[in-house]
Design a protein around this ligand. Sequence first.
Ligand SMILES: [Zn+2]
Length: 494
Amino acid sequence: MTDARDIARREVLVRGAWVITQGPLGTIADAAVHLRGGAIVEVGDWTALRAAHPELDVVGDGTGIVAPGFVNTHTHLSEALATGMGSELTLFEWGERIVGPLGAVLTQEDAAEGTALRAVELLLSGVTTVNDMFVHCNPGSHASVGVVDGIERSGLRAVVSFGAEDVADPALPPWAGVDEVLAEQFALERAAAEASARQVQAAVEAAATGAPDAGAPDAGAPDAAGTGLVSFRYGVGTLLGQSDALLAAGVAATREHGWAVHTHLAETREELVVASQRWRERTIDHADTIGLLDGPLIAGHAVWATDRDVQLLAERGTAVAHNPVANMILGSGVCPVPVLRRAGVLVGVATDGAASNDSQDMLQAVKMAALLQKVHHIDPSVIDASTVLRMATIDGARALGLDHLVGSLEPGKRADVVLYQDTVDVSVLHDPEGQLVYGASPRSVAAVFVDGRMLVSDHRCVSVDEAAQIERCRPLVRRIARASALAAEGWSRA
Ligand SMILES: [Zn+2]
């Protein structure tokens, strides 16, 4: 079985009719990106780069678009095997009827195999970094830890978190206490650190053997020596889903360990009503009251953020992950993206979970991020393609504190690069940014590099065998449908 860990980093030139850098060079015509040792060493004019490196392999025939990999700032790989159910439910109904029962039966195997399955969809829609929150209520399973295995196999760059919730439906198995929840947080943090350490060690060993292009920490990338691909954030599924004791313990843990946080805030109107009943304040205010906004935090949605909330998020440096497709499927509302951006809040683009979107197609999320604002404001100029691309790349990287590594094509950054080429979708390039946002589909994703490893080649995922992974997941899909009773209740016909 092929695996990202068997794929060597390559030294290549990635060539496009256009290179969208998201860096100081802007978008440049007839250009290329030089990748070596997992890093970007040069970006510039194709003719000059080719003359300087006539011996190098070239990926791209000069007709396509080269761009930084997308940073998907919010998803739930816990929903990897559960797409296509309950799309006519509201968020609260969907959580109670679908996600709760599903989360009670998820295992580490489901997490690992589901993650590898969805990694194919992520990579083939141009994603190179994913910020995951694994949500489950299967105490003692440490199911979230399985994500790390799937991520390592796929070769994606990832931030992993466990979206803990201990105020669950009484029908679901209860957590023994705050300590049991925190134990899984520590287990996931350890698994992420160990994965990163293995990745760094493999790079060092490959360099020691003198293997060509092995991925030695490159002189152009001073951070690379200490950087693996998997990092950890502390997850708070939702504020309402946690007991006050767990919320307090979480804030204390993030302070003690310096953990950044991944949560949801102000996703639906119901959330604000229930929060006001419980705490006499809305969720963003309550997050601030308990100190959750004191450190780095990225929150999914902020659909119902008021002007005052927006000001508070800006003051606290809280970042937002915008999930247009999920917001539309659940009928949650429209995120005030222009208001947030004007106030200085970093807004990334995201798919949200595989079940609340029913897909992990990031190109669709990027297009919808533009279209939703245009139709909501009845103004096509309210947001443009360049802004949406910026949100989906460098702003998302900033929102996750990873912009020193990824988010733009600049010498010294890691080689997370996507080539869009060969299809009708990207054949007419009057405006490369506009064509990428409104025209490109997963069909046009010809090559994807993460940390210099080519994980998609000739439009095919090579780190995860798509057909084989689908077969591995089929029995798991049937098992969770039965074990969760989603089949008996008619939600699943798997
Ligand atoms: Zn979410």
